[in-house]
Design a protein around this ligand. Sequence first.
Ligand code: HEM
Length: 272
Amino acid sequence: MRGKLFLLSIAVAVAAYFFGPKCVKKFFQSALGQNETVDNVHIRIFTKDNLALYKGDNNGDVYLALAGYVFDVTKGRKHYGPGGGYEFFAGIDGSKAYVTGQFDKDGLTDDISELSPAEVLGLENWKAFYEKDYKLIGKVEGAFFDKDGKELPMMQLYKKKLKQALLEKDLIENDKKLFPPCNSEWSQNSGGRVWCSTRSGGVARDWVGVPRMFYSAGSSQPRCACIRTTGPPSHDPESTNHKNRGDLDNPNLNRYANCEEMSESCPLPQNN
Ligand code: HEM
């Protein structure tokens, strides 16, 4: 009899998991220790008016929202509570101001449509900060989420700009790896100098390279880069039919005046 009851309760549990309401599934998932992402967690949806009640008045809780997500920042009352240096963030989604520093009524808004990809990345870093240091407790109905917590176009825009920023960051990092910055120094007596070493630009490598003025994509000013002088060019690393000159023939490079082609150190003109 006990065995039958046991089997029956397992069957009920399995049926509840697959066919029962979502919260039953959540219960099992949390009991089983399943990792849930922010978006899957069943969290509270605040209206703007409701969120505005949590500014920490009368020693009450302090909540704030960033990119539509609501965090309980009560333990940071000294920053966000009444009289705190960042009290204007409490009870609202003032996303834009986190990266513009415009802490007035116009600046404290959840309309991030004018932010650049890099600024959205800055905002994402703030979100990561709140996720780490505080507790995520909900979403607020506004620019990012509707009354059911479903994503609105502002969230798609946020994600698009974030993706763009991460791609740009990747490109910059790759650029830095292939064309590491030079060391540089300037002195009153001997003037300026740029030179390469196996660690210049903070990029550890097994080649030294030679200094060149490098015009990277999207930048109007050249920078000094150390250029690899042997092996295939970076744009065609698999090539077997190359001149074994590394990136020396890259069209975005200029030689420094008064500097030998293969010199690892170049003097700079006095006015540089
Ligand atoms: C866009 C500009 C800025 C934003 C959005 C901003 C935001 C914040 C936030 C949200 C906190 C609280 C962090 C927490 O919960 O622990 C904080 C703390 C702090 N901020 Fe800023 N901040 C800005 C600029 C500055 C500047 C320019 C300074 C200094 C000149 C500064 C100095 C500080 C200090 C010292 C703390 C820590 C205070 C403490 O622990 O008592 N912030 N900031």
